[in-house]
Ligand binder design. Structure first.
Ligand SMILES: [Zn+2]
Length: 136
């Protein structure tokens, strides 16, 4: 995925990141109908239609969704509560998925895609509002 063209697929499907697959699917189906090229101004609707399909193709599968979520964390730059500063070697690497993970004290997980590793990066927990800073 190209960083410069990072697209919030949750926003495309008008869901938030905690949405279940069922909720995503419901919105996907609704949006497919409302953005269908037959129903809208052709130019806009074609892009939207493709985008909705792309978003669903990534988020419907729990594996690709997990990878997407890990990527997503790199692109968030909201005000964060910093919980800890660690180094990459403190994290465990799932080499099959290319994702580093670190357990949060809330029981949630910090996930970092290998493709996103930079000198230092801040990632958020998938359960609570804490974040950690990871130094390479
Ligand atoms: Zn947490």
């Amino acid at each position: 995925m190209d960083k410069d063209y990072f697209i919030d697929y949750y926003q495309v499907l008008q869901c938030d990141r905690t949405a279940t697959t069922h909720e995503l699917k419901k919105n996907y189906q609704r949006l497919l109908l409302s953005t269908h090229p037959d129903k809208m101004d052709i130019k806009n609707s074609k892009n939207m239609f493709l985008l909705v399909q792309k978003a669903w193709s990534v988020l419907k599968d729990s594996e690709t969704r997990k990878q997407y979520d890990a990527m997503f964390s790199c692109h968030e730059n909201s005000e964060l509560l910093l919980y800890d500063t660690i180094t990459l070697s403190d994290m465990s690497l799932n080499s099959a998925e290319g994702i580093y993970t670190y357990k949060c004290r809330c029981g949630g997980t910090y996930a970092l895609s290998k493709d996103c590793v930079e000198a230092e990066i801040i990632i958020g927990c998938d359960e609570c509002s804490f974040s950690i800073q990871v130094n390479k």
